[in-house]
Design a protein around this ligand. Structure first.
Ligand SMILES: N[C@@H](CCC(=O)N[C@@H](CS)C(=O)NCC(=O)O)C(=O)O
Length: 79
């Protein structure tokens, strides 16, 4: 079982693209809004080396880029 967290910001269009995909597949992942908590931004920086969102943390490894995140979800949340 993969341990997942999605860092995002509500104003980010790339994050919305990922959310739209998750909604279409009924995928639920623990979320961290970097616009609400500056500590989340620090966490993201420590894990992945940059603060760019969206970022999916998979078992402690950072996956940036909305298209790559969607591709990973597509592969790993197949019915
Ligand atoms: N190519 C990236 C673009 C992501 C991006 O530009 N995110 C912006 C917010 S919309 C961001 O995090 N900017 C702040 C930063 O890079 O630290 C993707 O598709 O995920």
């Amino acid at each position: 079982m993969n341990e997942l967290t999605l860092y995002f910001s509500p104003s980010c269009p790339f994050c919305r693209k990922v959310f739209n995909f998750m909604q279409s597949r009924k995928i639920n992942i623990p979320l961290k809004d970097v616009s609400l908590e500056s500590s989340y931004r620090d966490e993201l920086m420590n894990i992945g080396g940059k603060t760019q969102v969206p970022c999916l943390i998979i078992n402690g490894e950072a996956l940036y880029e909305s298209d790559d995140i969607i591709q990973w979800l597509e592969t790993n949340f197949r019915d």
